[in-house]
Write a protein that binds this ligand. Structure first.
Ligand code: PHE
Length: 340
């Protein structure tokens, strides 16, 4: 039996040494050492041998089994190592190659400017209020001291949905909506960013555009507060020192009313194409809240005063980034949007 064991060992060793992959190794293992393997089957015959012969043969059999197992393990390790090496040789990674660029989107320029405007006012203690884009005639006009048939309605050609419901033409309706909620508490210090709609369509007007309304109400609020707040805002949004001037204007909901101009952000007031050679840029409308509007909102104009302003986000963004056509904001042309 020992002879037979040695033969099996020799044959197995040869197969193991010649094996070139893991599958053929597994095959050898099953055929010789498995439950029905040659050696296993052979050693079952031990019980028929004489005692001394049995011990000797058993010992040899075990040694051969162990030797073959070890040989197979070594060969497996060797093959795995070789597979790894060929894989590495084939899949060379050059870490100095440029990577694949992942295209990521970015905020729309109007969102960026709106966020900056919000941040600046939040920094000055304002909170943000938002209101409906579909608005009652009452809040859009009447509560703001613009009665039916008032010529001031012509300044804001409107999209009507029914006789008394329209797309809001400005963010000012939120003045009275906010007052109704907070009166008679003070102070009120809010901004209202949002979409507004007018029947206008050209290089500087779009039927939908964005405004930010501002409203401050407290005891003893003066035009000085309005000027200080808006100068601080303008210098921060345009990131430069500015001159400002106020021209008398008219809004039925403020009294007195004014347009605020800033020294041209492009030429610093010397005169250029951007400011039509005037040195000034109109950037917003503002004024002291009309006592009638305070009353409509539930405040006592004998006790409190307020200021309000409204600015166009598109206008600020155009000046900030030197954009000369408003329609670029809505064309969704990636060549334009990718610049921000
Ligand atoms: N609502 C005005 C407009 O859209 C702007 C404005 C707001 C003026 C608040 C004064 C006070 O033209």
């Amino acid at each position: 039996m020992i002879e037979r064991l040695k033969e099996i060992r020799a044959a197995a060793e040869e197969k193991i040494m010649n094996a070139s992959d893991l599958d053929s190794l597994r095959e050898v293992k099953v055929k010789t050492l498995g439950r029905k393997g040659e050696i296993t089957v052979l050693l079952r015959g031990l019980k028929d041998l004489a005692a001394d012969e049995r011990a000797e043969t058993g010992k040899v059999g075990n040694e051969i089994k162990q030797a073959l197992e070890q040989l197979i393990e070594e060969k497996i390790a060797e093959i795995k190592q070789r597979e790894m090496e060929t894989k590495l040789a084939r899949e060379k990674i050059d870490i100095s190659l440029p990577g694949t660029l992942i295209q990521s989107g970015s905020l729309h320029p109007l969102s960026r400017v709106a966020n900056e405007i919000k941040d600046i006012f939040i920094g000055m203690g304002f909170s943000i209020a938002e209101g409906p884009e579909i608005e009652y005639d009452y809040y859009n006009f009447e509560a703001l001291n613009i009665p039916k048939d008032h010529p001031a309605r012509d300044m804001q050609d409107s999209f009507y949905i029914s006789d008394d419901i329209l797309l809001r033409t400005h963010t000012s309706p939120m003045q009275v909506r906010v007052m109704e909620k907070t009166a008679p508490q003070t102070p009120v210090k809010i901004i209202v960013p949002g979409k507004v709609y007018r029947r206008d369509d050209d290089a500087t007007h779009s039927p939908m555009f964005h405004q930010v309304e501002g409203l401050v109400i407290d005891e003893s609020i003066t035009f000085g507060h309005l000027k200080g707040t808006l100068l601080a805002f303008a210098e921060r949004i345009f990131e430069q020192e500015l001159q400002v001037r106020y021209r008398p204007s008219f809004f039925p909901f403020t009294e007195p009313s004014a347009e605020m101009d800033i020294s041209c952000v492009n030429c610093k007031g010397k005169g250029c194409r951007v400011c039509s050679y005037s040195g000034w840029l109109e950037i917003l409308g503002a004024g002291m809240v009309n006592p009638k509007v305070l009353e409509n909102g539930g405040y006592d104009p004998e006790k409190v005063t307020g200021f309000a302003f409204g600015l166009g986000i598109e206008r600020i963004a155009m000046l900030k980034y030197g954009i000369n056509d408003l329609r670029l904001f809505y064309d969704n042309d990636k060549r334009f949007l990718a610049q921000f």
